[in-house]
Write a protein that binds this ligand. Sequence first.
Ligand code: NAD
Length: 331
Amino acid sequence: MIEVAVYDTRPYDREYLSAASAGKAIRWHFHEFHLTAETASTAQGAAAVCVFVNDRVDAACLKILAKLGVKLLALRCAGFNNVDLPMAKALGLPVVRVPAYSPNAVAEHTLALLLTLLRQTHRASNRVREHNFSLNGLVGSEIFAKTVGIIGTGKIGRITAQIFSGFGAKVLAFDVHPDRGWAKQSGIRYGSLTDVLAQSDIISLHVPLLPETLRLLNPKTLKLMKPGVFIINTSRGKLIDTRALISALKSGRVGGVALDVYEEEEGIFFEDFSGRVLQDDQLSRLLTFPNVLITSHQAFLTREGLSEIARVTVANINKLKSGKFLAGTTL
Ligand code: NAD
């Protein structure tokens, strides 16, 4: 029996992981709290530890896991910016993830956010429920014939770009490793980051969080953008300098923002704060803008995405039985 300590779990995680492991020799120990150096001792007795995007698997945490005899760190997500990989390697602790569970889930959520924001359907729906059938203040904009900048054309960025093309938008893209064959086939043009930022009416972020992409949108890069630009971030919160974004929203330079991720989301997103005082002033300020729409890191949350995350995570953990992971194998 493989004992697995699972952190930051919600009912949907438990349901899908339990279904995917039916008949397999895996015993889950579900925790609602995050894995951090402070909570790592709860992995006592586990052969594998399973984490999500906001668990903080830093050097201190990894050292405790290694000491406890944990044999595998299984991420049930694609991004791995929250894990100190060099330390995991040094400790000989293999790290696995789910590199592509449903890029469509994230790409479609990107469009869901943008369409809601552009057509103000969230506000319209609230109005109609109050029997207010007036259209004043609900004038929207179209995607058709707009220029859309896709930053990062990996699995999610490429699908998002193709959906935008389907809307009749002109798609520009930036990636440090451009896929020119795909671009040619899809009628998409690559440009420099500066060109894409300067020419786009809508900018959508799909790069991973790395030292080079940390605060990719900052006072300098925000200034390059067209006045009235719409920005969407369904990738990682720390790609955007929130303080600079708030200034750009206040001045009207940025026309609208849709976020599924937030710079300081850890400890807030996935939690129920209703009826409590939100201590994060920047998030509170963002929530006051009529042209900002925020979801709480839910782009992955489809039946298809959860099934695939659970299937791959179970397969990853099951490999422990055959001793397939060599010490130090990472991702
Ligand atoms: P991917 O690895 O397939 O693609 C990432 C792309 O970014 C690659 O093409 C890479 O060349 C490019 N890139 C890397 N560094 C760059 C840089 N400095 N400048 C420009 N381009 C750069 O990843 P993916 O599956 O498309 O996922 C993208 C990100 O989406 C993940 O890293 C994760 O942070 C995020 N994500 C969010 C959710 C959610 O629920 N909101 C779910 C899954 C993934």
